[in-house]
Design a protein around this ligand. Structure first.
Ligand code: NI
Length: 171
């Protein structure tokens, strides 16, 4: 297993639209394992392949308190959404230390393939529903800050560029 590099906003590669995974083979299973390791190391609850510069429809998540219930969604599709919406604070491993509120469907049903290539369905609510919708946005090239006002987004963009520059200077 290996830790992967997470792209940071406003890297233009984060806006790539992912293509479906053609086959759940050894390459995909290795990618799943590396993404899980990367997500746990970064203390995140979700990671989309887009964020590690792989543009295929694949997400890993773990919203459990014990951090021992990984959920792998390959070629995920939302098949049902609640009319009820919910406002929750979100963050993103590609936009470190930025948190803001985004409105999403309170519950979603998602259909996907697992790490074993078998189809399954999961009914998500609470943090898991937020995470599914947030990560699926990544697969179509959308970062959560795009839901915020242009002013907020510009501030975040400037902050992230400065942060990246400071880190590269070793500061
Ligand atoms: Ni994210």
């Amino acid at each position: 297993m290996a830790r992967l590099t997470i792209l940071r906003y406003p890297d233009p590669r984060l806006h790539t639209v992912a293509r479906p995974v053609a086959a759940v083979d050894e390459r995909i299973r290795a990618l799943v394992d590396d993404m899980l390791e990367t997500m746990y190391e970064a203390d995140g609850v979700g990671l989309a392949a887009t964020q590690v510069d792989v543009h295929e429809r694949l997400i890993v998540m773990d919203t459990s308190e014990q951090r021992n219930l990984p959920l792998v969604l390959i070629n995920p599709e939302i098949v049902a959404r609640s009319a009820e919406m919910a406002l929750n604070e979100e963050g993103c491993l590609s936009v470190p230390q930025i948190y803001d509120r985004v409105e999403r469907h309170a519950r979603v049903t998602v259909r996907a393939l697992g790490r074993d290539g078998q189809p399954f369905e999961v009914e998500a609510e609470g943090l898991t529903a937020v995470c599914v919708q947030h990560e699926m946005d990544h697969l179509v090239g959308k970062v959560f800050v795009e839901y915020l006002s242009p002013l907020k987004r510009d501030r975040i963009r400037t902050k992230m560029i400065k942060k990246t520059r400071d880190e590269q200077r070793g500061g």
